[in-house]
Write a protein that binds this ligand. Sequence first.
Ligand code: SF4
Length: 210
Amino acid sequence: MDNEKLSLPQYDIPEDIQNAVAITTLDRLYNWGRRSSVWPLMFGLACCAIEMIAAQASRYDMARFGMEVMRPTPRQADMMLVSGTVTKKMAPAIVRLYNQMPEPKYVVAMGACASGGGPFKEGYNVVAGIDKFIPVDVYIPGCPPTPQALIAGLIKLQEKIDKESIRKVRWYRKGPDTMEIPLPILGPDLIDPRRNAEIKMAAAETKEGA
Ligand code: SF4
């Protein structure tokens, strides 16, 4: 047990009992347990995924952060690591996977493509950032980010988890425990059903002007 992180820093616990005693808060215990076992969903979209794989291998070893158990099913994953170019064809599948992940869940956008479209921004087949569809907790810049940059981003995610409070987190609030995101519709272009009203209004204005 990493007693140092579990215990509150203001309490000076004698060295000989540090492995047996911790003085902490419920929030810290709750966050410490989750931040030390963030299991990523196993999928990669493009070249960034190679760096993600490198970060999992022995040299960088994400096991040091409790993140080595990459899950092939969203139902056992805590964190979606979007590593690579998000094409319009892939976006509905990503949103479906996100919806299938149980709370608490986090999203990391790895690299320029996942964060904003990267070198393919405004391309006919590329989404200009996965945050157009699902909420992103941490963005990692780079094309591709190095394994070190990925690990720095994951440490940022751990810091974010550290600041959460069990009394305020969304998954313990009354009402639906998770926010289901409507699947984007892939036609000639990708349509976000949440923007239907806006799309209809723009179409009506275009019709009037014609
Ligand atoms: S950000 Fe660069 S390295 Fe990553 S998927 Fe896009 S083009 Fe490839």
